[in-house]
Design a protein around this ligand. Structure first.
Ligand code: HEC
Length: 113
């Protein structure tokens, strides 16, 4: 039988290892991801696919594109400018945010009467 202290040690070590990903405040992550919503749609579900939806996209793919835009390796009209405003850690959080969104239709605009 595994002793409780041993299990604590194992879980304790595990939580230290994964702390950076877990520690990010979800409100903070959403607020930096929200800077993309204007063009890519709320939560990255774009209207009509232009610019492309980010929702549910592969995280590694998103991060690589953002870094390549920022570093001038991928030509762009807008994204090379926009991507320059973030640190690697922020780009990582943003990529993770959109990767975790379930892809789907953009929400319809509310009807104002
Ligand atoms: C002002 C509008 C605008 C904003 C804001 C914007 N984008 Fe973009 N995005 C575009 C356009 C336009 C493209 C097509 C490439 C280009 O010409 O810049 C694009 C392309 C991309 C691509 C490539 C998609 C693919 O399928 O390869 C990614 C990834 C991306 N944007 C992520 C983001 C993220 C993340 C943010 C927020 C940090 C963001 N964009 C903010 C307009 C925008």
């Amino acid at each position: 039988m595994v002793k409780a202290t041993t299990m604590l040690a194992v879980f304790g070590a595990g939580s230290i290892w994964i702390t950076p990903a877990v520690a990010a405040d979800p409100q903070y992550v959403r607020s930096i991801a929200a800077t993309c919503f204007t063009c890519h749609g709320t939560d990255g579900r774009s209207v009509g696919g232009v610019p492309p939806s980010l929702a549910g996209q592969n995280k590694d793919y998103l991060l690589k594109q953002l870094q390549e835009f920022r570093d001038g390796k991928r030509p762009a009209t807008i994204m090379h400018q926009h991507a320059k405003g973030y640190t690697d850690e922020q780009l990582n959080l943003i990529a993770g945010y959109f990767a975790a969104v379930i892809p789907g239709q953009a929400a319809a605009a509310p009807v104002v009467k």
